[in-house]
Design a protein around this ligand. Structure first.
Ligand SMILES: O=P(O)(O)OC[C@@]1(O)O[C@H](CO)[C@@H](O)[C@@H]1O
Ligand SMILES: [Mn+2]
Length: 478
């Protein structure tokens, strides 16, 4: 089966998504890129199976191009907020702001010159975990990790944690969210699409009590797809460029349907129907704020209306993460903004959902584990409490690309490996990944499917235009 000893560390010894050796980073030999050191679950073949150069070049591009752009944008945004910060926090606030800009510029330089990863120096409760891990890998590899030679998942997560470090070190601005304005704008720019969606949701919710089983299947299928495609709207893939939903998602569903490469909706529905006889919550591990969050809230509302559960447990991030990921503050701000809207349906759902938080039919948790660099096969070790929570959920939906990478360990799987295999023992209870493809790893495809889709769209693995609904019903005793 698997070499479990490879998973003592969150990243395998031979990194699966390694970026590239230092030499290639200098600009030479991109064809030497071969980060998929260890093939998992079969040989390398097929368009998606880790073709030389292709796989790592996306990681390489991310580190080389997207991350520095994201960092520059932060420095720019922070700098532009100086008047407001001075008004609200005086000279000390301004000093904090300057310190953040300085830290971000330093970090950008470290990334671009492939410097070693350094320990964190702030007082956040997760700092010892990050630093212990850094010590372990440094001892193991007899050298510290570096931006262009170490596993992509780790260094990318580390970058967001370093951004947080810059904020944590402030005297006054410790709650500052460098991505806040972008996230707020993403929702504001999607308002037309939100209004259309809410109007539709309200109609469906009214129909549910008298709906047949087939009708319910149709509604749930539709809202799963809405939540799925909501994942196209993230601000990290676009390197912080605006990426709002400006058209009605309902009009797009039909034409997007053929781009769902794996569709396990029937199995998901079967599991959801088991919820009619038991009383278990449903977990949704959120991804991005803005339009995607709206689609997730709509799915949650429908699941409640159908009676599959009486409690939806949302999981958000405990700090700003991958530009647009939902924090507690984003979640609350979204509900507040909806409830204050002049649009009837937005107001209606905003108020309804604020009440849901009060009456306990919605719960939001922001566990620190989600912002550690560890893949989910390690959840039981690093966050047994969270694992236990998911074990009590009827099903857990994992939204988005980063969650998917963490589910499958960001390893170099052959595209035809079973989803269950790629989870490597992570079976708190049934899980379902709703993900548009934005990184070069995918499992669960049919033989030859990757080649077929590559003919249609050369960048199918990373452009967010293709998607999967992958379910695993396996459960392991705690
Ligand atoms: O998790 P999300 O929001 O769907 O996507 C996050 C993302 O844009 O960030 C990573 C690269 O920076 C990619 O793996 C992925 O496309
Ligand atoms: Mn995200």
């Amino acid at each position: 089966m698997f070499d479990f000893d490879l998973y003592i560390y969150p990243v395998p010894r031979q990194p699966a998504n390694d970026v590239m050796p230092g030499k290639a980073y200098e600009g030479e030999g991109v064809d030497r890129v071969n980060g998929r050191g260890r093939e998992r679950g079969g040989g390398r073949k097929g368009a998606g199976g880790g073709r030389k150069g292709e796989v790592s070049s996306f990681a390489f591009k991310t580190i080389k191009d997207r991350l520095p752009v994201i960092l520059s944008k932060i420095a720019d945004t922070v700098y532009r907020s100086k008047v407001k910060v001075k008004e609200e926090n005086g000279e000390d606030g301004l000093e904090d702001l300057k310190a953040i800009v300085g830290s971000i510029s330093k970090l950008r330089n470290e990334v671009q010159t492939n410097k070693p990863v350094i320990p964190l120096v702030d007082d956040r409760s997760d700092t010892p975990v990050w630093n212990r891990y850094l010590t372990e890998v440094t001892e193991r590899d007899q050298a510290p990790p570096k931006w262009f030679v170490s596993p992509w998942l780790y260094v990318e997560c580390y970058m967001y944690r370093r951004i947080q470090e810059a904020v944590e070190k402030c005297k006054l601005l410790q709650k500052y969210d460098v991505f806040e304005d972008q996230k707020k704008k993403a929702l504001m720019d999607s308002q037309d699409a939100v209004e259309v969606l809410f109007t539709y949701l309200k109609t469906i919710i009214h129909k549910v009590p008298s709906a047949s089983e087939d009708d319910i299947t149709e509604y749930v299928t539709e809202f799963i797809q809405i939540s799925l495609w909501g994942n196209k709207c993230d601000l990290s893939i676009s390197a912080s460029q605006e990426n709002a939903q400006t058209e009605s998602i309902l009009d797009q569903l039909h034409h997007l349907a053929p781009n769902i490469l794996i569709d396990n909706t029937q199995q998901v529905l079967k599991r959801l129907r088991e919820g009619l006889d038991v009383n278990q919550d449903i977990s949704i591990v959120l991804d991005n704020a803005g339009f995607e969050l709206i689609t997730d809230l709509c799915l949650a509302e429908l699941l409640l209306a159908c009676g599959f559960t009486t409690v939806i447990r949302f999981h958000g991030k405990a700090m700003p993460w991958f530009v647009s990921d939902v924090t507690m503050r984003d979640f609350m701000w979204t509900l507040e903004t909806l409830s204050e809207s002049g649009h009837e349906e937005m107001k209606y759902f905003g108020n309804l959902w604020k009440n849901r938080l009060t009456d306990g039919s919605w719960i939001i948790n922001c566990h620190d584990f989600w912002t550690l660099p560890f893949d989910y096969s390690l959840m039981k070790n690093y966050a047994p409490d969270l694992h236990k929570l998911l074990s009590s959920s009827l099903i857990t939906f994992f939204k988005g690309d980063l969650n998917y990478r963490k589910l499958v360990g960001d390893l170099s799987w052959n595209t035809t490996v079973k989803f269950e295999t790629s989870l490597r023992g992570f079976h708190p209870n049934p899980v379902c990944a709703l993900r548009t493809c934005k990184a070069d790893v995918v499992v669960g495809l049919q033989e030859g499917q990757a080649d077929e889709v590559k003919v249609k769209d050369d960048s199918w693995m990373v452009n967010g235009n293709w998607a999967i609904i992958s379910y695993c019903g396996k459960v392991q005793p705690n």
